[in-house]
Design a protein around this ligand. Structure first.
Ligand SMILES: O[C@H]1[C@H](O)[C@@H](O)[C@H](O)[C@@H](O)[C@H]1O
Ligand SMILES: [Fe+2]
Ligand SMILES: [Fe+2]
Length: 327
């Protein structure tokens, strides 16, 4: 190599390495773009699925479905061990025997007396272990759900359901044995557990799983006996449903939304159709209409309690004329 050549070669080399560097950067950028495209495609698919799941007969698509911030809800595989541990307990202990006892306890005493408003404030101290989306406090969730329903001009009773649907979680402060008999998805007890139930594998720890009275398709029920005659695992839905049924003027659709909102294997996965009667078909529509507000309102802006307080107190009084409720 001659002395004059050397600087040139060096120059060539730096050019080459700069080019290579540039190329590397371009490849990186390209990969990032590819990833972004993939993510956008997934978002689109998810939105389409969500829209498909909505009751096709309901003319209006809830505005919460158009939230611009992309989030996937109820991604249990991504959620922490906390959720898994929760379902391990829930599936093990929700036996028929426990459910009968819980209903006896419920019927035979009053746990507290207060207004719905005060109950909402009290509930705020609970952190729900079963919820993979809990960065929100319970009270925010209550108001965001109600406000989203109100924004879509749904009937007043529907708005109130948004506000109180999770109020039954108060049970946690009284006679619950943990969170497993307060929160989480629900399912029928006394008949075979559907494989559509989240963490179905944990049912093998439940004594009812091996009980021939309870582990057949119908178990203690009969074909199309109606969900009103089916014992759903005890928790906030069932508790609030009974309170509202006895102490409010809420219509049947509202009561169904409260009672079945955590019954995901039924309202989202289509399980247990063989226990439904005619009335349940109607109720299913209502529950499906409610579900997006429960799930997707979580991305909305925080609401100012002071601003909405008067509106909701009036709404509560309209349907709970007793004011002070027996909890
Ligand atoms: O974790 C959640 C939460 O507890 C909700 O309040 C309940 O309705 C859902 O079904 C459950 O998955
Ligand atoms: Fe709930
Ligand atoms: Fe909720």
């Amino acid at each position: 190599m001659s002395r004059i050549d050397k600087p040139r070669t060096q120059h060539q080399n730096t050019d080459k390495s700069r080019l290579l560097e540039q190329l590397d950067e371009d490849i990186q950028e390209l990969n990032q773009l590819k990833q972004k495209i993939k993510q956008l495609e997934e978002e689109k698919q998810l939105k389409e699925q969500q829209l498909e799941q909505l009751d096709t007969t309901s003319a209006q698509v809830p505005s919460v479905m158009f939230n611009t911030t992309y989030r996937e809800y109820r991604q249990y595989d991504l959620a922490y061990n906390r959720v898994k541990e929760f379902y391990k307990e829930q599936h093990r202990y929700q036996t028929v025997a426990y459910n009968i006892q819980a209903r006896i306890n419920f019927k035979t005493k009053v746990r507290d007396k207060m207004t719905i408003w005060d109950a909402l404030l009290k509930l705020n101290h609970l952190l729900d272990e079963s919820d993979p989306d809990t960065e929100l406090s319970q009270i925010e969730h209550a108001f965001q759900t109600a406000e989203a329903i109100r924004k879509d001009n749904k009937p007043r009773w529907f708005q109130l359901v948004g506000l109180i649907h999770d109020l039954g979680k108060l049970l946690y402060f009284y006679e619950s044995k943990g969170q497993w008999d307060v929160v989480g998805d629900t399912f029928p007890v006394g008949c075979r557990y559907s494989t559509k139930i989240i963490h179905h594998e944990f049912f093998k720890d439940n004594p009812d799983y091996k009980n021939p009275l309870y582990n057949t398709k119908y178990g203690i029920y009969s074909p199309h006996c109606g969900l009103e005659n089916v014992m759903l695992s005890w928790g906030h839905d069932e508790y609030m449903y009974h309170l509202a049924k006895e102490q409010s003027r809420l219509p049947p659709q509202a009561l169904a939304m409260i009672r079945y909102h955590s019954f995901y294997p039924w309202h989202q996965e289509g399980a247990y159709k063989y226990l439904m009667n005619k009335k349940d078909e109607e109720m299913l529509k209502a529950v499906k209409e409610f579900n997006p507000y429960d799930l997707y309102s979580k991305t909305d802006v925080k609401c100012n309690l002071e601003e909405v307080k008067d509106y909701y107190i009036e709404l509560i009084d309209e349907f709970f004329p007793k004011k002070v409720i027996d909890f």
